[in-house]
Design a protein. Structure first.
Length: 578
């Protein structure tokens, strides 16, 4: 018997983006016209640059494996939906809330911080050469601590300066109650002419890991000492937002080099040791598949590799192929990482316009569909804000809606935003080849509510914002709470019954981690970053934020510079803690 299919429910007034000052937009499901939001339509990537979304397909392909200009694709938004504007965490993962299973990174919350999508609602110069040829037989070059406890020099980040004196100088200016700057790290790598995306971070035990260009690096969370370095056979091109419970991850890497580079290889790595595991390639079938970006996710011991027209699933532990193209004309193009495997699927229509999409729960081991929710025609799945309860971001042109489902995939509610303008910052808006569907800052959920951040008033002398809690059953506001004066805060996860938020640094005011009780009220600082380091912290405005075990890390989501020295000296990680 086929799994049950649920039709779109009677959604309330939508949350929808639109240009600043734009005329009212009609609601997605016949709701009355809604005022447009602040900021450009569905858009600004935290990197401050415009790029095709993760699942756009190009009209004019470049060299094989490189996209050209975006066009409406198999279930993907039209190019006008992708316009972006410069700044303001998430590539590296989401999180797991205590009361609700929220999509996320193991042992840490990893979110995008920086300039993101402003949403409104109503009612290097040289091409570096790889050191090894990518093939099923070639593997990464791993180095770690030797007999003397020091990592081998040739595999350390190159060109970095010792920043301990800078951290000590900042800590000397700390005020009572402020945390320390634990350590600072530079990029230290000579990159290709356009710089490099940074994947992660992932926190496993006492190690924080980032991946960039052709190298994974593991650092001590306490002092920033590089514990290990692993060189890939070729460039990294995709990564899931989280690792397995025991610290294993599978990364997307290119096979071939230069114009013939193609994102169709996988490399398993143990993040606790920096040791490489299995390596294999998979087949990209046809033009749509060959030209689409890759979206990876990990659910238990399964890694899924989603593209425009299909997903392939492999066992993380040994690389065994679990399943590929599913029966029928609806295929998943991306999953959310975590214990509950929620997927976005596209269905090829008779008119070949590829606009019909679904939300499905799929068994990650067998590929069997457990339930299906049909998204109203013309609407597309943009992000998963939570897997349990299922909370889904939907987009249609410049309109935006947030849908809440029951655990069995039936309609529950749609958020009604009222007069506030909201902001989320998601991986979908970044200029990266490998994206995920579960990487947003500014929104989370538990079994009580969905929590969203509002946009600060740009006209205010000291702009601040609020967090709004929405009832899961009605989609309506339960409570609102204001950020500290002159600062903004973005929901991260629910832990121990309290909502955790990242508070952004402002001039002469350090950022940090704050919390709310379930009923709202006044935020309480859990970790207050030093005001003396505010300028350093603000330089990480295009970064991801990871918080675990009382430590907060900001990791640049992209490293680039006007010359090699600028690339190498750009701050890549800063850590705060007691």
């Amino acid at each position: 018997m086929p799994p049950p299919v649920q039709a779109a429910g009677p959604y309330g007034a939508p949350v929808q983006p639109g240009p600043y000052g734009a005329p009212a937009q009609p609601g997605p499901y016949g709701a009355p016209a809604q005022p447009g939001p602040y900021g450009a339509p569905a858009q600004p990537g935290p990197y401050g640059v415009q790029q095709p979304g993760p699942y756009d397909a190009p009209t004019q392909p470049g060299p094989y494996g490189y996209p050209g200009q975006p066009q409406p694709g198999y279930g993907y938004p039209p190019p006008q939906q992708q316009s972006q504007q410069p700044p303001q965490p998430g590539g590296g993962g989401f999180f797991r809330g205590r009361r609700g299973t929220v999509i996320g990174a193991v042992l840490a919350v990893v979110l995008l911080a920086g300039s993101g999508i402003w949403l409104a609602t109503s009612g290097g110069d040289d091409e570096s050469k790889p050191t090894a040829k990518a093939s099923a037989d070639s593997g990464p070059d791993s180095t770690g601590d030797g007999a003397d406890g020091k990592a081998k020099d040739q595999d350390q980040d190159q060109g970095t300066h010792d920043l301990r004196a800078e951290a000590d100088a900042l800590n000397a200016k700390r005020r009572p109650g402020e945390a320390k700057v634990l350590w600072l790290q530079e990029g230290g790598v000579d990159l290709p002419r356009n710089g490099s995306d940074v994947y992660g971070p992932w926190i496993v035990g006492d190690t924080i890991v980032k991946a960039m260009f052709q190298t994974l690096s593991g650092y001590s969370v306490t002092d920033g000492h590089q514990k290990w370095s692993l060189r890939m056979p070729s460039n990294l091109c995709a990564a899931p937002s989280q690792a397995t419970a025991d610290g294993k991850i599978v990364l997307g890497i290119e096979s071939g080099h230069g114009d013939k580079a193609f994102c169709d290889a996988l490399q398993m790595v143990d993040l606790t040791t920096g040791k490489a595991g299995w390596h294999k390639t998979y087949r990209r079938q046809g033009a749509w598949d060959g030209l689409s970006h890759v979206a990876m996710a990990i659910n238990g011991d399964t890694v899924t590799v989603g593209r425009t027209t299909r997903t392939d699933a492999f066992r993380v532990s040994d690389g065994k192929v679990l399943w590929g193209e599913l029966p029928g004309n609806c295929q998943p193009f991306g999953f959310a990482s975590g214990p509950v495997a929620i997927a976005a699927t596209s269905c090829q229509t008779a008119a070949d316009d590829h606009k019909e999409q679904q939300v499905q729960r799929i068994d990650p081991v067998t590929g069997k569909v457990r339930w299906t929710y049909k998204v109203k025609k013309g609407w597309q799945v943009a992000q998963f804000y939570s897997a349990s309860p299922p909370v889904v971001s939907l987009k249609q042109d410049d309109k935006w809606a947030i849908l809440v489902l029951n655990e069995n995939g039936t309609y529950r509610s749609q958020l009604v935003g009222g007069t506030e303008d909201y902001v989320t910052e998601c991986d979908e808006d970044l200029l990266t080849d490998g994206k995920s569907l579960d990487n947003c800052l500014g929104v989370t959920a538990d079994d009580r509510a969905v929590y969203l951040a509002t946009k600060p008033d740009p006209a205010a002398r000291r702009p601040a914002n609020k967090v709004v809690a929405f009832d899961l059953n009605t989609g309506r506001t339960k409570w609102k709470a204001a950020a500290p004066a002159g600062q903004t805060m973005m929901p991260m996860r629910v832990e121990g019954g309290r909502l955790l938020m990242y508070v952004a640094a402002e001039k002469n005011k350090g950022g940090g981690i704050a919390s709310f009780p379930p009923t709202g009220g006044t935020p309480q600082m859990v970790l207050r970053h030093p005001a003396a380091a505010a300028a350093v912290e603000r330089d990480f405005s295009l970064s991801r934020v990871a918080y675990a075990n009382g430590r907060c890390f900001l990791v640049q989501a992209r490293i680039s510079g006007i010359d090699d020295e600028a690339e190498k000296s750009m701050r890549s990680i800063v850590g705060f803690g007691s």
